[in-house]
Write a protein that binds this ligand. Structure first.
Ligand code: ZN
Length: 426
């Protein structure tokens, strides 16, 4: 990768559509060429699929390349590293650790790592803050940046990183003590801070920017966070493997894709979807030659926004990320309904304390409901009919009243679970 110039990366926010398309196309070519020649995994993979570099002439030819899956990355991690890479001189980004399993990670050169940080800075600056703002980020250990250099501390505002493994009270304590301009954390962590504040703890200040990621944001989450922090949250679609793929625009008109970080495809049955239609997000890293990922299946469901963003951004824009593939309902006739749409319907039932919708068979869905005292047969019938309609009459819906929802080992809420075999889980 060419030497980075911070200003160049920050200025890309104002590029024309033509500049963006030209950049993405030439960068994609470089990435594929380099991977085919220097990365053992892709060398072997392309060879076994009979793919020659001359077959890739335009951006759309990328569709002939095979997908890369998370399982590939886990089982053949070493083969993804470009030949000649010295690990010790690299930075790494790792997934959140699970007990007893080594967390998978990706390696980047220091320049590539810095590029991601500059793209993060571009998001923050797009929301009116400067490089000198103070920030508190709640992050898993694997994503905590190295300690600042002397230059960093001179040029930038204060940065505090609190591990997600700390308690909610500790998170709240650090935030209310530092009083940063920007608070960045997974949605579940922010929601828990919100709960503490509603129980009587205080924040004592108002940040200027609240970045949130990690799961689909419901309208009710947005309202709660606005009440708690005094400002609406900004949704970021980020992945440990790649960095911030897209972030909500200040005009709140969709998520701007960081076109210099990733090339995004949204596919249904391996074909690109039209704007507004949901599909699986497939990503190609454009800023990591050390350990490139090409056509990486994310398992996330998203859709493209119809028309350009009203804020003037000329790059690609996502309408929204609708949840995980395994947290969507798969329609027997093709297509799926994401968490966001399902929560939008079910959150309206205020006489329900908690729910989980589980697809147990291709044509059968169960809604487990923890009722309030106001819940009755009518609610149940209404829930059923709203969902049957949402699933295009293709799926039968049964409502089951339970005392509590089965525990899931995740801080995230799993309001939709798909238990049938899908192209990703088969
Ligand atoms: Zn915008």
């Amino acid at each position: 990768m060419a030497k980075i110039h911070p200003k160049d990366i920050l200025d890309r926010a104002h590029w024309s559509a033509r500049q963006i398309a030209k950049f993405a196309e030439s960068r994609l070519h470089q990435v594929i060429e380099r991977a085919a020649q220097h990365v053992p995994f892709y060398e072997k993979r392309f060879h076994s699929h009979g793919i020659k570099l001359r077959d890739i002439r335009q951006l759309r030819d990328i569709s002939i390349l095979p997908f890369t899956t998370r399982a590939d990355l886990q089982s053949e991690a070493d083969a993804f590293l470009a030949r000649g890479t010295v690990r010790e001189s690299c930075r790494r980004r790792a997934a959140a650790a699970e007990p007893g399993v080594a967390a998978p990670c990706v390696f980047l050169s220091p320049d590539e790592y810095e590029t991601i940080r500059l793209i993060e800075r571009r998001i923050v600056e797009g929301h009116g803050l400067t490089g000198r703002h103070d920030r508190v980020a709640i992050l898993p250990e694997g994503l905590t940046p190295p300690p600042p250099t002397w230059l960093d501390s001179m040029l930038r505002g204060r940065r505090y990183y609190v591990p997600t493994s700390e308690t909610t009270l500790e998170h709240l304590h650090v935030i209310s003590r530092v009083k940063p301009d920007c608070v960045a954390a997974p949605l579940w962590a922010l929601s828990r801070i919100g709960q503490e504040i509603r129980k009587g703890k205080t924040l004592g200040f108002q940040p200027r920017l609240l970045l949130s990621w990690g799961e689909v944001m419901r309208a009710s989450d947005r309202d709660t966070l606005r009440e708690t922090f005094g400002i609406p949250p900004t949704d970021v679609y980020t992945m440990w493997e790649l960095g911030p793929v897209a972030a909500e625009c200040p005009a709140r008109d969709g998520l701007h894709v960081n076109f210099d970080l990733v090339h995004v495809e949204i596919l249904h049955n391996d074909h690109p979807v039209n704007p507004g239609e949901p599909g699986e997000v497939v990503l190609t890293s454009l800023a990591n030659d050390t350990m490139p990922l090409i056509r990486y299946r994310t398992g996330d469901v998203a859709s493209w926004k119809k028309g350009p963003c009203k804020c003037g951004w000329q790059g690609p824009v996502l309408e929204g990320v609708h949840g995980r593939f395994e947290h969507s309902v798969h329609l027997p006739g093709g297509g799926y309904v994401g968490t966001r749409q399902i929560e939008h319907i079910l959150d309206q039932f205020t006489n329900v304390l908690a729910y989980r919708l589980v697809q147990i068979e291709p044509r059968k869905v169960e809604i487990l409901v923890v009722p309030t005292t106001l819940f009755n047969e009518r609610t149940s019938a209404m829930m059923r009919s709203k969902c049957v309609e949402l699933f295009n009459q293709q799926i039968g819906v049964e409502v089951k009243v339970v005392d509590e929802l089965p525990i899931v080992r995740s801080p995230r809420r799993h309001s939709v679970v798909c238990k049938i075999k899908t192209p990703l889980t088969a």
